[in-house]
Design a protein around this ligand. Structure first.
Ligand code: COA
Ligand code: UVW
Length: 322
């Protein structure tokens, strides 16, 4: 079954609410309208209600009973400020909190933190840093996770893969990269991908030398130790990880090479470039980034997203809430 149909079945009837801070963005309105009409989940839009309704009318989107919250007229704003200050444990004053919560991503994240929404989807307009920073500061990591990472599902026809980290950690060390790989393997299972994890490099099993290669080889050992029941191998070049005939030549003893389904990139430059090449040259649909390791589901869109990407990421985000 199609991934999104199966995720829709999982969340069906659960009345999950997803907050969209960028409520005055047409792609968000289109996706929210569809999610609401199909009763997949309950969207909450942030912004000026009059401006949002006018924009919806201009684009023929029927918002029906979708909840709109105006952060500038939010009756529980003072409580939100107090909860934020308490959460930040001395890192931000009340005056700073009042200012920070004018930012719709901070405001939306607080709605999730305070259980007034089950998840959040933002980033159609805002950069990843601005979207994710409030989540890191307020929601923080889930138990057992020292950091978060950002994965993409890449799918085309029957093919479905997971790429990570394509969004968050700029230059992880070996320990961090190993943890990113384990987060990716766990997430793959959630999205019906049988994880076979390739730790990517420009070298296969010592064919090249250097600090960057050593880092990936060490990260492979970290990941194997953290998740001994998951097939994880590296360091592997992409062709050795993906193409059976190349795998036979370059890494004949590997249980992952040639069959990888989860691709872990050595740092963010290659991860972010890699997923966009698969998407734009390879014709794969890229859904994400899905933030892994956060205590509550919050997702960041690429600014290049369309309404269908928003719709699908909202479903993925809601599925992480159950
Ligand atoms: C994610 C990112 C914004 C965080 O960086 P930052 O704002 O400089 O973060 P800081 O170092 O100031 O830390 C802010 C908080 O986040 C936490 N944090 C930072 N990175 C984290 C991570 N990967 N996992 C968990 N927590 C993290 C810090 O501990 C800190 O918490 P505190 O305020 O409670 O002490 C930054 O790593 C980044 O810009 N990454 C690249 C994003 C990007 O442009 N991607 C490409 C497009 S998708
Ligand atoms: C994930 C990503 O690359 O986001 P953006 O395109 O918004 O920078």
């Amino acid at each position: 079954m199609d991934l999104f149909e199966s995720l829709k079945q999982k969340i069906d009837g659960k009345n999950l609410t997803i907050v969209f801070p960028e409520g005055d963005e047409p792609r968000i309105l289109e996706a929210a309208t569809k999610l609401n009409q199909e009763k997949v989940l309950k969207p909450i839009l942030l912004g000026d209600p009059t401006a949002i309704k006018t924009l919806a009318e201009d684009n023929s989107f029927d918002l029906a009973d979708i909840q709109i919250i105006d952060p500038n007229a939010y009756s529980e704003f003072d409580n939100m400020v107090d909860a934020f200050v308490e959460r930040r444990k001395g890192k931000n004053t009340k005056e700073q909190a009042e200012k920070m919560l004018q930012d719709i991503d901070y405001f939306g994240t607080m709605l999730v933190y305070l259980d007034k929404a089950d998840g959040m989807v933002s980033g159609a307009v805002h950069s990843t840093g601005d979207t994710v920073r409030p989540a890191l500061q307020i929601v923080k990591t889930a138990p057992g996770n020292s950091r978060i990472s950002g994965a993409f599902i890449l799918q085309k026809g029957e093919q479905r893969y997971l790429f990570s980290d394509c969004a968050i950690n700029i230059d992880p060390d070996a320990q961090e990269l190993g943890e990113i790989a384990v987060q990716a393997a766990k997430a793959a299972k959630l999205f019906d991908i049988d994880p076979k994890v390739a730790m990517l490099s420009f070298s296969t099993k010592g064919s090249a030398k250097g600090d960057q290669v050593t880092k990936v080889a060490e990260a492979t050992k970290v990941a194997q130790k953290l998740a001994p029941d998951v097939p994880i191998d590296g360091e592997l070049q992409f062709d050795a990880a993906f193409v059976d005939s190349v795998a036979k030549q370059k890494a004949p003893d590997s249980d992952v090479a040639g069959n990888a389904t989860v691709f872990v990139f050595p740092e963010l430059q290659s991860g972010n470039i890699g997923y966009k090449i698969a998407q734009r040259f390879g014709g794969f649909e890229a859904v994400g980034p899905i933030l892994l390791g956060l205590a509550k589901p919050i997702s960041d869109l690429s600014r290049g997203c369309n309404a269908d990407d928003v719709y699908k990421l909202a479903i993925l985000t809601a599925a992480q809430a159950i």
